[in-house]
Design a protein around this ligand. Sequence first.
Ligand code: NDP
Length: 336
Amino acid sequence: MSDKKTALIIGVTSQDGSYLADLLLEKGYKVVGTIRRTTSFHKDNIAHLLGKITIEAADLTDPESINQVVDKYKPDEVYNIAAQSVPADSWSHPFYTAEVTALGIVRVLEAVRHFAPKAKVYQATSREIFGNIEAEAATEKTPIDGNNPYGIAKAYAHMMVKCYRESYNMFVVGGILFNHESPRRSLHFVTRKISSGAAIIKNKVKNPPVNELGEPLVDSEGKLHMGLLDAKRDWGYAKEYVEAMWLMLQQDTPKDYVIGTNTTNTVKEACKVAFEHVGLNWEDHVVTNEKLMRPTEIKELKGDYSLAKKELGWEPKTSFEELIKLMVDADLERFK
Ligand code: NDP
């Protein structure tokens, strides 16, 4: 029998799932990744992984599909990365968000409890569980105060993680991750909109992809449409954040950790770095669009990662400017 550890990544097509698969393969794991059954297969983030990982179809709304995959592989580690992950879409799809983002992990925990009770489980919690809390920086002790359907769904999931840990003595942790970005980030998110917008405008791309409104990301006048430009976020590099996920499961005691950079920047600053990187003035190309504003914003909040630094030896390495520039460089290559 092989002594290779088996890791199950639920949601392997995601930004984080695909980087995590890269990391676990490097570490010698057998990696099983789940995708949703669809008729078309266009999964850019995992194109390079095909043949290296085992792919299974499973859906967080379908408990039988989760049971089957957990029972079949009896993994040592399970990473629930999947979610309806777009806070902005959670207002238009509150039921679906609850079904997937809140209840999904319960289906995973039940499957693990019955079919692989020794497995260690990672749940992708989010900074959005803190909503509009008045604090400069969040720690693991900051009260939960979600203020949008996505944040509230993640808050429920996070509390269920604690509940299963305490009630069933299972090794389950929630990584409370602040925003993390990369060239694999979906185009629904602000940093990718900015990096791809700058690249599309610079390279004068004719048929840009569409945004979440179904409108061209860059309009016919070369303008990139954005929501609130003064919004502040704590942004880190996804490739580094998946290392923290893995480290959390290598500990002797299951515990939740905040992962962030403890700094914030505005959307405006991201625009400035991106457009200057391609030799353009962002103010000539970025416009705000009311339709892209959230019904309720979240306040500035930094992710205090002191506990992760102390206990996991984890800290962020890539600066905000480096991150934005590497994303723009990748998009310049993609949108030639
Ligand atoms: P993505 O948005 O890139 O990917 C979401 C993943 O969830 C995709 O693989 C998607 O599959 C899958 N998925 C969606 N619905 C279902 C379903 N019903 N059943 C099974 N799979 C489903 O995620 P990120 O990499 O950005 O984030 C990873 C996780 O971390 C998410 O849970 C997110 O909410 C959370 N998070 C992310 C942060 C960030 O800044 N990136 C910050 C904090 C938390 P498909 O390809 O089929 O759509």
